[in-house]
Design a protein around this ligand. Sequence first.
Ligand code: IMP
Ligand code: MG
Length: 176
Amino acid sequence: MPALPDVRILLTADEIHTRVAAMAAAIRHDIRGDLHLIAVLKGAFVFLADLARALGGPVSLDFLAVSSYADGATAPGQVRLLKDLDSPLEDRDVLIVEDIIDTGFTLTYLRGLLGVRRPRSLRTAALLNKPSRRRVPVPIDYIGFDIEDRFVVGYGLDWGERYRELPYIGVVDHVR
Ligand code: IMP
Ligand code: MG
């Protein structure tokens, strides 16, 4: 098996931890009561785990999965639902938890899909944002870090299903 490319650290575990705590405080400033967190699999699983614990107060969780053009399965802009939620959203304060917003196609699709299920409120928290890559404008309520147009891995994010377990966020050498 060929050696995996090296990863250069972009955001340390400490920097991420501090930022996630600040995001949790901002979210709790806006929504004090029951908060229904929806994580987009698989990339958001680490961020979800840290955010849910940092939030304090009552939270419930649900998961969905979408196919992304990054998997090579669909054309750019085409998003397909692979796994739907287990429970309804009606009258709940919903927070979409995403690892990274790139073109914006995925989040635009999700906001449309979930918005019609009559949640009381629908907000988004994204750990990472690549503003220079945006193809469709989409509102993001809480952003961890704006980053440049580099392919990043770790803290849930993968490159060909590798590196999700890294405690930091890094840039893979020779990839975009
Ligand atoms: P969007 O629909 O283009 O905004 O893409 C969002 C999805 O693409 C994310 O949820 C990730 O799964 C994936 N993605 C975009 N940029 C990166 C990256 O730099 N590293 C890993 N995955 C990425
Ligand atoms: Mg994702």
